[in-house]
Design a protein around this ligand. Structure first.
Ligand SMILES: NC(=O)C1=CN([C@@H]2O[C@H](COP(=O)(O)OP(=O)(O)OC[C@H]3O[C@@H](n4cnc5c(N)ncnc54)[C@H](O)[C@@H]3O)[C@@H](O)[C@H]2O)[C@H](O)CC1
Ligand SMILES: [K+]
Length: 496
């Protein structure tokens, strides 16, 4: 089993098949891959469950082949095991046929009745070869499996789950454990796939990592290994002006949102943070902030005045901004500077009627941080969450941080990460404002928009994970130093 950071690359089922072919062309035998895959499933089952009556459900392709191998290993290890095949076993071909031949036990016909007496099920019906929604007797079998509530170990992916998108193609029986090979697929991480896969175990089956060199694999699971080398740790001779000066534009009514963003900018290490506050409410901001400078902003052009100092190199617009012309004007003024800009919340929604007008303004480093609703106001793109975020990045010219349990960060050049460390405790008001501040604080320190998006999303998730239940958004900025301490230890260990 492997889970090292170099394994963060994700492959679609089609890319996985290409990797498989490349490995075979490089001299690895297909039979050896299948033997390793099935053995890995058996090992994972033995590691996660106590010995119990088990049923292995095998399908007509190589996923079923893995099932035959796993069944042989578990039976040899003394598990009380039955094997059931969906389809006509005389038509099995290729490597799977070899392992079906080697299976000396009985082969039952897989029907809902097969599940009676089982305490654990291995789902080796369909994997990466899924080409259409489940129908007829196969759909009935998988429905019965789902209804049985038996613990399931899925081989590669739960049958019926699209490994590219994480979307079920018809019914899917949720697995408790999924054993996949070489590299995870996006569908293991994107919702609802992430929930349907349960715990995902990644197994090395002997495909050399060099096969990735010839592939255009641009999607990864977010992990410090992707960006830690570029993290802007302050150097011994640092002074505050070298660490960037972030400006957070405050709103008139919701004063909390921009304060959260400003505190996040400061905690992540921006040398200076200015909160540009509407003139009528600036004393409220000033009274609530200590390390953040509060500068009164006369509208409509006060922000431009504040930004006339060229050292102010990163700007956040949106948290608590409101949906009026002033917000739109602030976005225009921020983007006109060509400095690093993060647009969140109302700064996105205010362009709902005219998204192209926003895209025309984006010409410098820019990150948009929409949740699904805000995203839908700007973009009418289709496909998986990865595809939608990617297309939006290309259309807008900005890095897109499409938020949710499976936040996707997408760059206009096609690179993407899916983030997986964020706990559901983050589903509470204000956490998005903190994220916008973290991204801007990192861009103020010189990170590219894509690195800043990936880094901030991971740190945000990690801060919430370490804090635990009961989290409110104010808890996040003070939780950042603990995450940074751990990251710095990791960075020091890497460079030692
Ligand atoms: N490199 C690797 O990752 C390895 C993967 N292995 C395993 O192989 C499968 C993929 O095998 P493949 O034969 O391509 O696909 P499947 O077994 O998933 O199914 C193919 C089979 O099913 C038919 N089919 C497709 N969709 C449906 C449907 N909705 N209803 C009915 N039938 C359907 C299709 O026509 C084919 O006949 C991968 O997941 C791994 O488990 C190797 O063992 C090791 C190397
Ligand atoms: K499966």
């Amino acid at each position: 089993m492997v889970s090292s950071p170099s394994c963060t690359t994700l492959l679609t089922p089609a890319q996985m098949q290409a990797a498989d072919r490349a490995a075979i062309n490089a001299g690895v035998s297909g039979l050896a891959l299948m033997e390793a895959a099935g053995a890995a499933v058996a090992n994972a089952v033995a590691a996660h469950y106590r010995r119990c009556p088990i049923v292995v459900l095998c399908g007509p392709g190589n996923n079923g082949g893995d099932g035959f191998v796993a069944a042989r290993h578990l039976r040899d290890a003394g598990w009380p095991l039955r094997l059931a095949y969906w389809g006509d076993p005389t038509t099995i071909t290729g490597d799977a046929a070899y392992f079906a031949e080697r299976w000396t036990g009985q082969i039952e016909a897989a029907t809902p009745a097969t599940l009676a007496g089982a305490e654990l099920v291995i789902d080796a019906l369909l994997g990466a070869g899924l080409s259409r929604g489940l129908e007829g007797s196969l759909a009935a079998l998988v429905q019965a499996l789902a209804d049985s509530k038996l613990p399931i170990c899925a081989v590669d992916v739960p049958t019926g789950l699209d490994g590219a998108s994480g979307q079920p193609m018809g019914v899917v029986a949720p697995a408790e454990l999924t054993v996949t090979f070489f590299r995870k697929k996006p569908g293991h991480l994107l919702m609802p796939g992430r929930q349907l896969c349960g715990k995902v175990v990644l197994a090395d089956i002997g495909i050399p990592a060099t096969v990735l060199d010839t592939m255009d694999a641009q999607v990864s699971e977010n992990h410090p290994a992707l960006w830690l080398d570029r993290y802007p740790w302050p150097t011994l001779d640092a002074h505050k002006y070298q660490r960037g000066h972030a400006v957070v534009v405050g709103g008139s009514i919701m004063a909390g949102a921009s304060r959260l963003a400003a505190m996040a900018c400061a905690r992540i290490g921006a040398g200076l943070v200015t909160l540009a506050a509407p003139q009528d409410v600036w004393p409220i901001y000033a009274g609530a902030l200590t390390s953040i400078m509060v500068q009164p902003m006369a509208d409509p052009d006060g922000l431009a005045d504040i930004l006339s100092d060229a050292r102010k190199n990163a700007i956040v617009v949106g948290p608590g901004a409101g949906l009026g012309q002033t917000t739109r004007r602030h976005v225009e003024q921020a983007l006109a500077t060509q400095r690093a800009v993060v647009l969140d919340a109302d700064a996105i929604s205010v362009f709902a009627a005219e998204p192209q007008a926003l895209f025309r303004l984006i010409d410098g480093p820019c990150v948009l941080t929409p949740h699904d609703g805000e995203f839908g106001r700007l973009f009418s793109v289709q496909g998986s969450k990865l595809q939608r975020a990617s297309q939006a990045a290309r259309l807008s010219g900005a890095v897109i941080v499409l938020k949710g349990a499976d936040t996707v960060v997408a760059a206009p050049d096609g690179r993407c990460v899916i983030n997986t460390n964020a706990p559901p405790d983050l589903a509470t008001g204000g956490t998005g404002d903190v994220l916008a501040g973290l991204i801007a604080g990192l861009m103020a320190q010189g990170l590219s928009p894509y690195d800043a998006g990936c880094t901030a999303v991971w740190i945000h998730g990690e801060a919430a994970r370490l804090f635990g239940p009961g989290l409110v958004s104010e808890d996040l900025p003070p939780a950042i130093p603990r995450v940074l301490r751990r990251l710095r230890r990791r960075a020091e260990a890497r460079s030692a």
